[in-house]
Ligand binder design. Structure first.
Ligand code: NAD
Ligand code: IPM
Ligand code: MN
Length: 364
């Protein structure tokens, strides 16, 4: 079968601590299941590189990455030395846009053995996906500041909702909901306050939903939706949201299941004309970086998501990749039940110990 070429980019802060654990687990998976993965490491897309060179990435970054089948990413950002909008628009947000990774798929799951901050919730109760629009919406650099530095200072920050961009994320979410047992889709909106884009977004959801008669759709304003994540998390199956709303929901969801240190994501280009990118939902965590205590599970789970996406590559027999995905998930679950745990889960294990434990379980 075919070799998959994977770019490994650690980025900043705990990205440099959790990525090696993810790679360790992928290498064990590759050996056990006979996967053909070839990793190429890149030092750029990091604030260290920016401080050395004055840019986040070399001019030919796109050339260097375009031939890759996927990007396995840590986290980027070091606000103490580089403003976040510079580091993020110079790297991660560029990847999402230029590689047209228009779906950000972010599972939310309550695992056995993980203390849940919500009362009376047990493993299995919370199991849903946030499908986040990932290339447009509220994330733009359109606008400007007029009369800067004066009393008349005025800031305009535009949002962009295209029909193509909106329809494709809604369609993906309807398909996902349709493929699941409960067939339920929550559409995040704010059509009461955001008077132009959000009523239009709701209309597109109605239009796309016509093709999915079996999917029950529930539109909810983002304010009450966040409250229900906390109060009634069991009602969710698939949640589709604009870029910003999806960003917020995908930290809140994992927080409701114990820690954001578990939450993975796939920045997907479902059309497969560019590489997709797999990374933890969390960032570089400057407050704990350098201590070796970050939870590596979000990174490890993201690696499993990458295998499952690669498994569906047209023309490839993905069976072993799917098995590897399932085995990594099983090792994560087992380790959460009775293995070492990092501080965010109430334990005192370090990053490497958790990575080793999961690699060991996977090894069998
Ligand atoms: P963050 O996710 O980095 O950290 C938030 C909190 O969660 C911190 O207290 C941190 O210690 C904790 N945390 C995060 N990951 C953890 C893990 N694996 N194990 C244990 N605890 C963990 O968010 P922030 O502080 O808002 O952002 C820090 C930097 O990261 C900023 O530069 C930000 O722009 C960037 N960021 C990058 C990404 C990304 O690369 N995808 C995502 C979010 C934030
Ligand atoms: C995420 C992050 C990014 C986002 C930041 C770092 C730009 O929070 O991946 O969720 O807002 O998309
Ligand atoms: Mn975020």
């Amino acid at each position: 079968t075919r070799k998959f070429k994977i770019a490994a980019i650690a980025g900043d802060g705990i990205g440099k601590e959790v990525l090696p654990e993810g790679l360790k687990v992928l290498e064990v998976a590759a050996r056990r299941f006979g996967l053909d993965l070839e990793f190429t490491h890149f030092e750029w897309a990091s604030c260290d590189y920016y401080l050395k060179t004055g840019t986040m990435m070399p001019d030919n970054w796109k050339e260097q990455l375009s031939g890759m089948d996927a990007i396995y990413f840590g986290a980027v950002g070091w606000p103490a030395t580089v403003p976040d909008h510079i580091s993020l628009w110079g790297s991660l947000l560029k990847f999402r846009r230029e590689f047209d990774q228009y779906i950000n798929l972010r599972p939310v799951r309550l695992f056995d053995g993980v203390p849940c901050p919500l009362a009376n919730r047990k493993p299995g109760d919370i199991d849903f996906y946030v499908v986040r629009e990932n290339t447009e919406g509220e994330y733009t650099n359109l606008g400007g500041i007029m009369f800067p530095g004066t009393e008349r200072e005025m800031v305009i920050q535009e949002s962009v909702f295209t029909r193509t961009g909106t329809d494709r994320v809604l369609k993906y979410a309807f398909e996902l909901a349709n493929s699941r047992k409960r067939k339920h889709l929550t559409v995040a909106t704010k059509s009461n306050g955001i008077a132009i884009s959000m009523p239009w977004w709701d209309g597109r959801a109605d239009a796309i939903g016509k093709d999915y008669p079996d999917v029950a759709t529930d539109k909810q304003h983002i304010d009450i939706l966040t409250a229900r994540f906390v109060l009634q998390p069991t009602r969710f199956d698939v949640v589709v949201a604009s870029n910003l709303f999806g960003d917020i929901l995908s930290d809140l969801g994992p927080a409701c299941t114990g820690t954001i240190g578990l939450a993975p994501s796939g920045n997907l280009n479902p059309d497969r004309n560019f590489p997709s990118l797999f990374e933890p939902v969390h960032g570089s965590a400057p407050d704990i970086a350098g201590k070796g205590i970050a939870n590596p599970i979000a990174q490890i789970w993201s690696g499993a998501m990458m295998l499952s996406f690669l498994a569906d590559t047209p023309g490839v027999d993905g069976q072993r990749y799917r098995e590897a995905h399932d085995a990594i998930l099983a090792a994560i679950e087992q380790s959460l039940k009775d293995g070492p745990r990092t501080a965010d889960l109430g334990g005192n294990a370090n990053t490497v110990q958790v990575g080793d434990a999961i690699a060991q379980l996977l090894q069998g």
